[in-house]
Design a protein around this ligand. Structure first.
Ligand code: SAH
Length: 251
C-alpha cells in the first residue's frame, strides 16, 4: 500500500524543506517523491543534511515540468491545503484520508498522489482543481500554515497508521476484483475534449467561463469514472462533435 503513495511537491524553494520531506517520508515508509518545477537545487549540502540519511529518496526523486506529468498515472490526487478556496471542493481530514487509503490502494492500477504547494503561496486554484479532494490539517485558525516538511510528516504518519491497521484486517476476497479507474491523464484528455466540444456546440464561451469547467471537473472527479466509462463518455463527445459539424472529422 505504501508503495502506491506518491508525495508531489510543487515549486519548492528551500532545499532544506525537500530534505526534510525525504526524511519524513523514509521514517514512515514512503519512497515515491516527485518534484514539480522546483525553484531550488534538489541535491545540496542542506537538503542532504536535512534528509539525515534518507538522501537516497532525493537521488531517486522524479522531476517534472508540470503537475499533470507528475500525476499522469494516478487514480486519486489529494491536494494539501492550508486555506479554503473560492469554489468549494470535497474537503477531508488527514484521518478521513487514512480511512479511504486501503480501499483506494486496492485496484491493480491504483496510484495515489498527495500534492503539496509552495512555501510562500501554496497551491494555485488550477492545481487544486486537478485534485479529487483537498486535505486540511486542523490547525490554529490564526496560524494555520505548517512548514512543508511538517505537513508531509503529518499526512505520511496517517498513511503509515492506515497501513498498520490494514495489516491486521482480513485480506480482500478473490471476487472483490475492482474495475480499473481512469488515470489522471485519461481524465485530463477527457476534460480537454469536453471543453472543445462544449465550445463547438456553443454551450461554453471561454470569454465568459463562469467556472463552468471547474464545476464540471468537480462533478466528474466526484464520480470516479472507470476506464471503460471514460471511453463511453469520449465516444459521446466524438458523436456530438460529428453531429454538430458533419463535414469535419472529430479530433
Ligand atoms: N503560505 C501558504 C502555505 C504554504 S505551506 C498558503 O497560505 O497557502 C506549504 C504547503 O504545506 C502548502 O501548500 C500545503 O500543501 C501544506 N500545508 C501547510 N499547512 C497545511 C495545513 N494546515 N493543512 C494542509 N496542508 C498544509
Amino acid at each position: 500500500m505504501l508503495d502506491r503513495i506518491r508525495i508531489v511537491l510543487i515549486g519548492t524553494s528551500h532545499p532544506g524543506n525537500i530534505g526534510g520531506v525525504a526524511r519524513a517520508m523514509h521514517n514512515m515508509g514512503l519512497a515515491d517523491l516527485a518534484l514539480v518545477a522546483p525553484r531550488c537545487d534538489v541535491l545540496t549540502q542542506e537538503s542532504i543534511s536535512r534528509a539525515s540519511g534518507a538522501d537516497h529518496l532525493l537521488h531517486r526523486a522524479a522531476i517534472h515540468a508540470t503537475l499533470e506529468d507528475a500525476v499522469a498515472d494516478c487514480t486519486l490526487a489529494v491536494g494539501a491545503s492550508a486555506r479554503s478556496r473560492t469554489l468549494p471542493w470535497p474537503m477531508i481530514s488527514p484521518r478521513e484520508l487514512a480511512e479511504r487509503l486501503p480501499t483506494e490502494c486496492r485496484p491493480a492500477n491504483a496510484r495515489i498522489a498527495l500534492v503539496f504547494g509552495r512555501e510562500d503561496s501554496g497551491l494555485t486554484n488550477a492545481e487544486l482543481q486537478r485534485c479529487h479532494a483537498h486535505v486540511h490539517i486542523p490547525t490554529n485558525a490564526d496560524f494555520s500554515s505548517l512548514n512543508l516538511a511538517a505537513a508531509v510528516q503529518v499526512l505520511a504518519y496517517e498513511c503509515r497508521m492506515a497501513w498498520l491497521t490494514q495489516a491486521d484486517a482480513p485480506p480482500a476476497q478473490e471476487d472483490d476484483e475492482e474495475a480499473a479507474l481512469a488515470s489522471h491523464e485519461e481524465l485530463e484528455r477527457y476534460f480537454e475534449h469536453l471543453e472543445r466540444t462544449l465550445i463547438a456546440i456553443e454551450f461554453h464561451d471561454p470569454a465568459q467561463p463562469r467556472q463552468l469547467m471547474a464545476r464540471l471537473r468537480r462533478l466528474y472527479l466526484r464520480a470516479r469514472p472507470e476506464k471503460m466509462e471514460m471511453n463511453i463518455l469520449r465516444g459521446i463527445l466524438s458523436a456530438t462533435e460529428k453531429a454538430a459539424q458533419p463535414n469535419t472529422t472529430p479530433r
